[in-house]
Ligand binder design. Structure first.
Ligand code: PLP
Length: 390
């Protein structure tokens, strides 16, 4: 039985080209980029080449606007805590949304404990933030707006460019968590008026544990990690050289193949959504029907438990997720599904299937074969349980 991996929002396989590009930096060019000898200088050159690759993919004005980090969570923490602390004198108010990743939400909750005020904007039934809600929430004490480019659970895309233009006009910093968006939708930090942007290599076929924060020139951020003078004194710690090289290669490949990958994945995604809807009654699609990530299918199945469905699918060789991998293991329904207004019972019966650049039509058709009998059998069991309880 072929195992089918449809949990690419949780993490992706590193592309072979990425691994190949990284390998020499473990055993041959292993110098510390801060050293002045030849291997140190070569390491430094590789890091600067990767910085240019990231800058190009995001249309940053200069490569110096890219800072390497240990991943999406660190980038989100740094952007929000760093901007809040650096602008404390100007104001104490931050605006974000109810459907952000926990790397943003829990950071904002921490800020509240430090005396900042945070507005958590609601979203509509499709998971969209309203630009006019952002505008109404901005006061003369607002220092930062943080709205994700694309949601990791339901795939909804946000009006980032409009929110960026609004924040720029109001003189408020704009951060976007673009961890799910890189490689999936075109990003242009200048055209979209973005001041701070978080990304993470392992979400676009790069290695785990490495990411970047784009910081527009002129934006002041307090350090998150203090220590040595790496990253021009703004992010201490000996650089993750192979990881940074892998990130550079992965983002270059993702940007190059974006139109092709996005078109192929959206077609497969629609085949999956259409196939499930046609074969299984009492299902609903979560997230925006059109403005959604090309690789995201999130559906609720009435009368069943998402965790049970996941386990049965895993036995049938299909890897999916019931929401965000970080929260599975708890019994609370996803904060995103509750924010779009799903009742607890429906939210509990949700399944997220996320495609990768390597997903094939055969994979999708296999899932459409394997999924319906599992749903049917779980529903038969739950109906039996319900009648036993009477
Ligand atoms: C995965 C993810 C993160 C966290 O990134 P890590 O590199 O795993 O720390 C943050 N935000 C979103 C939207 C994500 O999908």
């Amino acid at each position: 039985m072929k195992r089918i991996y449809l949990d690419n929002a949780a993490t992706t396989a590193a592309a072979p080209e990425v691994v190949e590009a990284m390998l020499p930096y473990f055993t041959q060019v292993y110098g510390n980029a801060s050293s002045i000898h030849a291997t140190g200088r070569e390491a430094k050159r590789a890091i600067e080449a990767a910085r240019r690759q990231v800058a190009r993919a995001l249309n940053a004005a200069v490569p110096q606007e890219i800072y390497f980090t240990a991943g999406g969570s660190e980038s989100d923490n740094w952007a929000i805590k760093g901007a809040a602390c650096a602008n404390r004198k100007k104001g104490d108010h931050v605006i974000t949304t109810a459907i952000e990743h926990h790397a943003v939400l829990h950071t904002c909750q921490w800020l509240e404990k430090q005396g900042f005020r945070v507005t958590y904007l609601p979203v509509d039934a499709d998971g969209k933030v309203s630009v006019s809600d952002v505008e109404k929430a901005i006061t003369d004490k607002t220092i930062l707006v943080s709205v994700m480019a694309a949601n990791n659970e339901i795939g909804t895309l946000q009006p980032i460019k409009e929110i960026g233009a609004l924040c720029r006009a109001k003189g408020v910093l704009f951060h976007t968590d673009a961890v799910q968006a890189v490689g999936a939708i075109p990003l242009d930090v200048q055209g979209m008026h973005i001041d701070l942007l978080s990304l993470s290599a392992h979400k676009f076929h790069g290695p785990k544990g490495v990411g970047a924060l784009y910081v527009r020139k002129g934006v002041r951020l307090e350090n998150l990690v203090h220590g040595g003078a790496q990253e021009r004194g703004f992010r201490a710690g000996t650089e993750n050289l192979p990881g940074i090289v892998g990130l550079g290669k992965a983002i270059e490949m993702a940007a190059e193949k974006l139109p092709e990958n996005a078109a192929r994945m959206s077609a497969l995604r629609d085949r999956l959504i259409g196939g499930i809807t046609a074969r299984i009654p009492d299902v609903r699609l979560n997230g925006h029907p059109v403005d959604r990530l090309p690789n995201n299918c999130n559906m609720s199945f009435k009368y069943i438990e998402g965790e049970a469905l996941l386990l049965r699918l895993d036995l049938a060789g299909v890897a999916g997720s019931s929401g965000s991998a970080c929260t599975s293991g708890t019994l609370d329904p996803s904060h995103v599904l509750l924010a779009i207004g799903l009742p607890h019972a429906i939210a509990h019966g949700s399944l997220r299937l996320t495609l990768g650049t390597d997903t094939t039509e055969e994979d999708i058709d296999e899932v459409l074969e394997r999924l319906p009998p599992i749903v049917q059998s779980l529903r038969a069991m739950s109906a039996m349980n319900a009648s036993n309880m009477l």
